[in-house]
Design a protein around this ligand. Structure first.
Ligand SMILES: [Cu+2]
Length: 165
């Protein structure tokens, strides 16, 4: 073994020890570090509003709540739930308390169920394009991901803007 190789090995070992020491000294992990986002997409829409979907997994030991979201695609993003309204029509409304993503579990944002609502679109959402979405969790941490815009004709729920006053 050359001297050069020995030096490299020692450096690599020191780096590994430093990283291990760093993580063991942490007292709290940000919620966002425990959340992985998969299968994210947003419904194409010409104007006004659209909805976004994803699978959210929590790899951590602590329950996490999704409490807010933002996106350059719209002035406001709300977290909605879908309920059965009068006459059996499906009505969506802001979801009180946010979306629970249980420790070592997952939560779905899906058509006909809980979803992200993009209010006041900044521009038409065209199929095949993409936009950033930032999710904010109950500890104030956040994660940003890229979501593809897709054509989707199902689940045209009514929106109840009067919910909760
Ligand atoms: Cu909605």
């Amino acid at each position: 073994m050359s001297v050069r190789t020995k030096i490299f090995t020692a450096t690599a070992l020191a780096t590994a020890l430093t990283l291990t020491g760093c993580s063991s000294n942490e007292t709290a992990t940000e919620a966002a570090q425990s959340i992985t986002v998969q299968e994210q997409w947003i419904k194409a829409a010409p104007e006004k509003m659209s909805s976004g979907f994803a699978e959210l997994a929590n790899t951590g030991d602590t329950d996490v709540r999704l409490v807010a979201a933002t996106s350059p695609a719209s002035a406001r993003v709300e977290l909605h739930e879908v309920v059965s309204g009068d006459g059996g029509t499906m009505t969506m409304r802001p979801k009180d308390g946010g979306l629970l993503i249980p420790a070592h579990g997952s939560a779905s944002l899906a058509p006909g169920a809980d979803h992200l609502m993009f209010m006041e679109l900044a521009a038409p959402l065209l199929p095949g394009t993409e936009t950033d979405v930032t999710l904010v969790f109950d500890d104030g941490s956040s994660t940003t991901f890229n979501a593809q815009i897709r054509d989707f004709s199902g689940n045209q729920e009514n929106y109840d803007p009067n919910h909760g006053g």
